[in-house]
Design a protein around this ligand. Sequence first.
Ligand SMILES: C[S@@+](CC[C@H](N)C(=O)[O-])C[C@H]1O[C@@H](n2cnc3c(N)ncnc32)[C@H](O)[C@@H]1O
Length: 490
Amino acid sequence: MDNHLPEAFRMKMRLLLGEEEYQAYLASFGQERYYGLRSNPLKLAAEELLELAPYRLAPVPWCPTGYYYEESARPGKHPYYHAGMYYIQEPSAMIPAELLDVQPGDRVLDLCAAPGGKTTQLAGKLQGQGWLVANDNSLDRVKALTKNVELAGIRNAMVTHETPDRLAARWPEAFNKILVDAPCSGEGMFRKDEDMIRQWEKHSVAVCMGMQAEILRDAAAMLAPGGRLVYSTCTFSPEENESMIAEFLRQHTGFRVVPAPAAHGFVPGRPDWAAQTRGADTPDEAEEQTAGAVRLWPHRIKGEGHFAVVLEKDATPVASEPEPVRLESKPAKGRKGSAPARTTAPDLTPWEQFVKDNLTQPLPGTPVMFGERLYLAAAGSPPVAELKIYRPGWYAGELKRGRFEPSHALAMGLSRGDARRVLALPQDSSRVIRYLKGETLEVAEAELECSGGVSSKGYVLVCVDRFPLGWGKWNQGMLKNEYPAGWRWV
Ligand SMILES: C[S@@+](CC[C@H](N)C(=O)[O-])C[C@H]1O[C@@H](n2cnc3c(N)ncnc32)[C@H](O)[C@@H]1O
């Protein structure tokens, strides 16, 4: 497969790595690929997943919730996947969110978030406290991102479909942790995905550099003083990595690199490559700092190629910081923004009644209506006016003609104890797959666990073991299937 590598790429890599390491890198194309998944702390502890998983899992050294699995395990074809108990993620891709060091209560922005691998990882670290904005400028990818946010049962995330400059104009210094997992030329994924090789010329290094510099500039403006920003790519080119960061540091004097430990076979960033790219013999001060970045190489670790660097903003604002006032710029292309359609206070009685009849406790968040849709926005989350908001918070359901219909996202964000009617199916029950296929199930009344003196008739939280899969509606021995069509098992 290394024969498929573009000649220009081969020449550059040989020059950068030197003959011996270049040959080791090329040899990695003939070696096995590694498959990874990350357990979802919003659903279960990693140790519990180890006990439950019907296949072998081995720890990813740099991520406490990350595991390698063997290709034959096919974890995407298991009901636990549909319960959001883990996210399938390339092992190296787990490092940027680890370096961001998110703590419960943080205000987090994932600026280039789709399809949401790192968003789900960051939300797991928040443990439902604080809030997270997941943004992407591609509408198709925002849809995939939203599905993953919902599958993971995240309650405190807002999903936006915006350009970074428009977010920066409205949310200056609003976040204390920001992840920029930048669009890049994808050289680190050549072994995993041949398509990336084909696209390499199209997403040339030069095109990516322009995007990355703009995204970084806007991210810097959204970071609060004392905040932390992680910039990551899945490419090797110094132009998109060390040189990008060195130029950022020259223009943003209030930032510095926080050195990341070069453990687990990671290697430090290469200031000399940045200098070489600039045509200089020795690195300047900004380039020297990039030695604190980490590079992940497929010939050195069990994972694909990545670059990540941690940046910290001074605790006291710097007067020379560029001001991000570019309100005139256009919103991201695609669907029209989901601005709140209603300004008068909506009648939430059907929702309140639903909570009383079906749930054991009130849910956190401030009710927000977008048209007929009700969301629960995390306390303190940033204002949404004039922005293209795909989800202002946890999507609870629809208020239609005086009735409330719960969403699938609501079910996924609940735990078994939150629902008054529960049907808990063991993972090896054929009814689990039949439920996931959208079939109506025969369910005896005695199989339902009802609490709070409710009758058996009504909304049932269907679980695999103790983990919610979705809603059903029980009446006279039959469970009407409420599993959404677009999510079904095929
Ligand atoms: C490397 S991918 C992100 C992967 C994601 N963080 C994950 O872990 O699943 C880069 C993303 O950046 C998005 N993107 C490209 N240009 C962007 C921009 N100007 N603003 C925001 N997102 C952008 C792309 O649509 C793509 O989804």
